[in-house]
Each structure stands twice: as C-alpha cells, then as structure tokens.
Design a protein around this ligand. Sequence first.
Ligand code: SF4
Ligand code: SF4
Ligand code: FES
Length: 238
Amino acid sequence: MSQFDAQSALIRIEVDGDAHPVPEGITVIQAMWNIGRPMLHGVGCLGGVCGACPITYRLPDQLASKTGLACQTAVREGMAITFIPSDVSKKAIAPLPKESPTQKTLFQYYPETRRCTACRACTSVCPQEIDVMGGVRAAINASSLGDLSTVAEKFTACVMCGLCAAVCEVQIKPHRAGMYARRLTGAFYPKEATRLLDRIEEVRSGKYASAWNRLLSADDEALSDYCRSEEALQGLAG
Ligand code: SF4
Ligand code: SF4
Ligand code: FES
C-alpha cells in the first residue's frame, strides 16, 4: 500500500500503453513509484533542475502531445505518458580557446547549428520555456564577441534535458551549443558579482551577527515561525 493511497481519489493514467490507477495530486515520477516502477534511470534531483526526466504526454481532450519534466508535471485523468530516453546527443570535446572566442569558435565544435530552418520545434518543447530557437538564431547571427554572451544568456535556465535536440529535424544540439556559449562567456566575459561582494562586506561588518545568533539559539518551533515570517522573506529578497 502506497503512502498516497489512503489520502487521495484515484485517477487513471496510461504509461507506455498500460492503464494504471494512481492517486490524483502527485507528480508523474511519484505515480511511477506508486505503480511499482522503481525508476532507476530517468530521475535525479526531483526538483526540476537536473533534466533527467523528460516525458511526452497527451491529454484526452487535446490532440497535440506535450512535453515536460516528470518530476514537475502533475498526473491528470486520462493522461497518456511516454518517457523519453536520457539525452544521448554527443557532446563535442570543446576546450576553452587560448584567445578570445568568436562565432567561429562555437561553430568549430557545433557546425550543424548553421543548418537551423527556424521551425521552432525546439522552443515549443522546452520545459523551461526558453526561447531555444532564438538562442540558435543569435548564434547564427553573432557578429561580435559580445553576441556570444547573448547566446549564453538565452540558455541560462537550461537543465540539459535534451528535448530540444530530440525534436530538431536537422540534428542541431541547441543545449550543447548553448552550454558552450555559457562556458566561453564565463571564461572571457566574466561579470563582477557586485551583489555578492556587497553581501560579503555586510557579513564582514557584522550586520547579520545578532540575527544569526538568534537563529542558532532558536528551538524548532521558533525556527519554523521564523521561516514563515515577513522578516525571513525580506531577508531572502534582500
Ligand atoms: S534548452 Fe533544450 S535541453 Fe535546455 S531545458 Fe530547454 S529543451 Fe531542455
Ligand atoms: S528545432 Fe532545430 S531547426 Fe528547428 S528551430 Fe530549433 S534548432 Fe532550428
Ligand atoms: S528528476 Fe531532475 S529534473 Fe526531474
């Protein structure tokens, strides 16, 4: 008996063609555990950041299939789910250049990027809602060194799930080219982390000493109250 069974109404989902009743209100990954699939592959962080769990699914009232991350997608009545194999696109052995990179540096390792037909399929499947095609087009149109940082910024939220590469009709690997652009940008156009430096200075000056001591001496209930407090939220925002 699963931890979910006693608490929730059951809905019916289909996994790789087999129907299963599962509790409503859980994620696709939790549903896999509930029906007895151990999910030794295709699951990692459970937090939507490792990109290990891409799925495609179809809902009964929709003709078009959708894509998502299984750990971030809730099960729905009648949902038909298929897991997509982990990203198998080949990563180029792309070392950092000795000199300042240009667009050619990127295309040396990911030359297929030039073949983009602007079909938009990559953007439409991205679970992170990244303008993937925009990133690819930015790489193609890059004419200055700084343009590579524009490419990199497009892929900042990429979790490397590989869905964009899986649907690309001309075998472009947008996420891999994007990651290389991020490496190049990090190495050659580092921005000063001014907010981090400010915060370090504040910590050194003792600004948070009394708050820190208060937290260290708090019991569980006081800590719980603090986490829900306006003060904690402002601390996070600040
Ligand atoms: S850009 Fe590609 S690899 Fe990155 S999150 Fe979007 S679909 Fe996944
Ligand atoms: S799926 Fe491929 S061809 Fe289509 S827009 Fe994206 S990168 Fe270009
Ligand atoms: S398990 Fe990491 S993104 Fe889903």
